[in-house]
Structure formats: C-alpha cells, structure tokens
Design a protein around this ligand. Structure first.
Ligand code: CO
Length: 211
C-alpha cells in the first residue's frame, strides 16, 4: 500500500467511525458551519488546532502559517479574519504560538534560508522592540521561548489593529482576541493572559473611527 493509499484508508475508516457514532454528523456539517473560534497558529505539524482543543470538525475555523504571524499586507490571513469575524461571527480569535518554534529560532539567527527570511523578518522587529529584555536572558533556549511568547502578543495586537476587528467592536459584536502558547513537550496550552475585547484597550494611535 502506498503512503497515500494508507491515508485514503484512514479516511474511509474515520468517516465510518463518525457515522457509526453519530449518523447525522455529516448531514449537519453539510448544512452549515458555526464555529465560535478562529485559531491562528503555526504550520508546525505538531500543533494541530482541532486535536489540541478537543474540537470536532465544524467547531474551529483555522488559519496557519509559519510562526503564526498576522501581517497587515497578507491578504490570505486578512481574508480569513474578515470571513471569520464578519460572516461566521466567531466570538474568540486565538493566536497560538508554541515553544521551540523553528520560525522564531530562525529569526534569532543570521543564516539565509530563502524567501522565508522576508516573512520571518517580522519576528526580528519584535526582537528589536524587546531587545533589552531578551538580551538579559543568557540561556539561548529560554530567550527563544520568551520571543515565542512576545511574538504571540505582537500578533494579538496585529489582529486587534485591523479595521475588521475594530468595525466589529464598533457594531457591538462580541469578540475577544487571545494570546496562547503551546508546549510540545507535554501537550498543554497556556494562556498568556492577554485578551483584548474592546478598542479602548488599544494604543490611541491604532484606534480607528467607527465606519
Ligand atoms: Co512554529
């Protein structure tokens, strides 16, 4: 059996198990999706949103890219946020990073990896903003892990600074943006205690008038 055939076999078995447990499962999902959550996470194969959260298909809308970045010119990520917030009306956006992130590690170095260096440069900007704190940490792994946390916090703000999120708040829509980090060693998620649920929590310069 080829590697792909094995995947198709897995898929057939999964579909049968779902139907056996809940004959209406796929019919319900065909009708609509009503996820309450948008997950913005790292593409790392060890950090799968649904499994970590214990959520079934239909329960979390997902966007993943290298090092869970929210860049204001990234049409892909912005489109996901817009669709999730405006159409699906998710109530929570979770930006989830993970310790030991290879993207963050690469951004701490100087080796050219190719096109991706231009993507990861955003993390170097976060490093520069927090240079004093980071360079007090002597242990390289601890410094990278702290940058993983700071990167998540920066992306939470990037989500909040979009006109998409600010317009939703202006309309009175219930929407919170959270920063989380995942530890691959033990499979546990940690809350970075950074939740933003209103425009007044943002720095004045980023606050946009309602439209
Ligand atoms: Co990563």
């Amino acid at each position: 059996m080829s590697e792909l055939d094995k995947l198709f076999e897995n898929n057939r078995q999964w579909s049968q198990r779902q139907l056996k447990a809940d004959p209406e499962f796929f019919n319900r999902l065909t009708a609509l999706q009503e996820p309450k959550f948008l997950w913005i996470g790292c593409s790392d194969s060890r950090v799968p949103a649904n499994q970590i959260l214990g959520l079934a298909p239909g329960e979390v809308f997902v966007h993943r890219n290298v090092a869970n970045l929210v860049i204001h010119t990234d049409m892909n990520c912005l489109s996901v946020i817009q669709f999730a917030v405006k159409v699906l009306k998710v109530e929570h956006v979770m930006v989830c990073g993970h310790y030991g992130c290879s993207g963050v590690r690469a951004a701490c170095g100087h080796t050219q990896l190719g096109l991706i260096d231009n993507w990861l440069r955003n993390i170097k900007n976060t490093y520069t903003q927090h240079k004093r704190e980071l360079e007090k940490i002597n242990d390289q792994e601890k410094r990278i892990n702290r940058l993983c946390e700071l990167n998540v916090m920066a992306q939470v703000l990037n989500v909040c600074h979009t006109t998409i999120v600010q317009n939703a708040w202006a309309k009175g829509q219930k929407l919170s943006v959270h920063g989380l980090i995942y530890r691959i060693n033990d499979g546990l998620l940690h809350d970075l205690s950074m939740s933003v649920s209103g425009q007044e929590q943002l720095e004045k310069i980023y606050q946009m008038e309602a439209r």
